[in-house]
Ligand binder design. Structure first.
Ligand SMILES: O=C(CO)COP(=O)(O)O
Length: 294
């Protein structure tokens, strides 16, 4: 229990239900040591906050969320992107203020054709949607998207002119089985095989065990993985490129835990699920580092 407590934010455990507590107890605070020295690199990137609304909302609730986001003060010197369900994207795009860009939560990997139910990156570009999320763990795990599929979608979206938030992250079984870095290596390799222009890619590290569980990675746990990802990027792309790529953290981020996470050298922002549906919390997360207001 001491290990669990020390790995979580203060007060978090007492607010959890029993299922969440069990999940939290299975999360080791100390993960296997890094295979390489990662201390030589640090981020120079602009802070980035994404709100992934997932499959949530009604027209009425989306209208209210947009109005509430429009009423809030957010920093002018960061990037903020919200990802509504497809059917509400155009409404949000047309009505949200300029501080926020919109994203789709998925895209297809061909421009057009007989792909019933899919929406292509070209269509998003045509409809004024500049961002897309690829490789979210819910699509990997619930819809069977492989590393290869995620790589192809990411590469295709970039070629179609979109910017991409590409998600990586391990399950609890992978972490506990000592496969954290191997899992990340394979996920990143699929991106290396398909991405030409890294200037339009944000990487979201989202440990599956932290998504929607209330069990946030500790700042040290998140930093350790972010530093590893940046080192891998640096080895493949060069130090200057890797330092400019945003590596953001997702998994039970709230306005209570974001400030401490944001102090870590290699945490360049957040991808927020549940808390992005509440405007005051999301606005507070956008202000996690404190900055000049828009
Ligand atoms: O999956 C996530 C963002 O993409 C994280 O979700 P939660 O913030 O609800 O844990």
């Amino acid at each position: 229990m001491a290990t669990l407590q020390s790995g979580l934010m203060r007060g978090q455990v007492s607010r959890m239900g029993s299922t969440q507590r069990r999940a939290a107890m299975a999360v080791p605070r100390q993960i296997a040591g890094l295979r390489r020295d990662v201390s030589a690199q640090a981020s120079t990137a602009k802070f980035f906050v994404g709100g992934n609304w997932k499959c949530n909302g009604t027209h009425a609730s989306v209208e209210k969320l947009v109005a509430d986001l429009n009423a809030g003060d957010v920093p002018a010197d960061i990037d903020i992107v919200v990802a509504p369900p497809f059917i509400y994207i155009d409404y949000v795009r047309a009505n949200i203020k300029g501080a926020y860009a919109v994203a789709a939560q998925n895209c297809w990997m061909k421009p057009d054709g007989a792909f019933t139910g899919e929406i292509s990156a070209e269509m998003m570009d045509d409809a004024g949607v500049p961002w897309v999320i690829t490789g979210h763990s819910e699509r990997r795990l619930l819809l069977g998207e492989s590393n290869r599929t995620v790589g192809l979608k990411t590469g295709h979206a970039l070629e179609a002119g979109l910017s991409v938030i590409a998600c990586v992250g391990e399950t609890l079984e992978q972490r506990n089985g000592g496969n954290l870095y191997h899992t990340l290596d394979l996920q990143l390799q699929a991106l290396f095989e398909n991405v030409q222009d890294w200037g339009k890619v944000v990487i979201a590290y989202e440990p599956v065990w932290a998504i929607g569980t209330g069990v946030v990675a500790s700042p040290e746990q998140a930093q350790e993985v972010h530093a590893y990802v940046r080192k891998v990027l640096g080895d493949r792309l060069g130090k200057a490129t890797s330092e400019g790529i945003r590596i953001i953290y997702g998994g039970s981020v709230t306005d209570a835990n974001c400030a401490e996470l944001a102090t870590q050298d290699d945490i360049d922002g957040f991808l927020v699920g549940g808390a992005s549906l509440k405007a005051p919390a999301f606005i507070n997360i956008c202000n996690a580092r404190g900055a000049v207001k828009a």
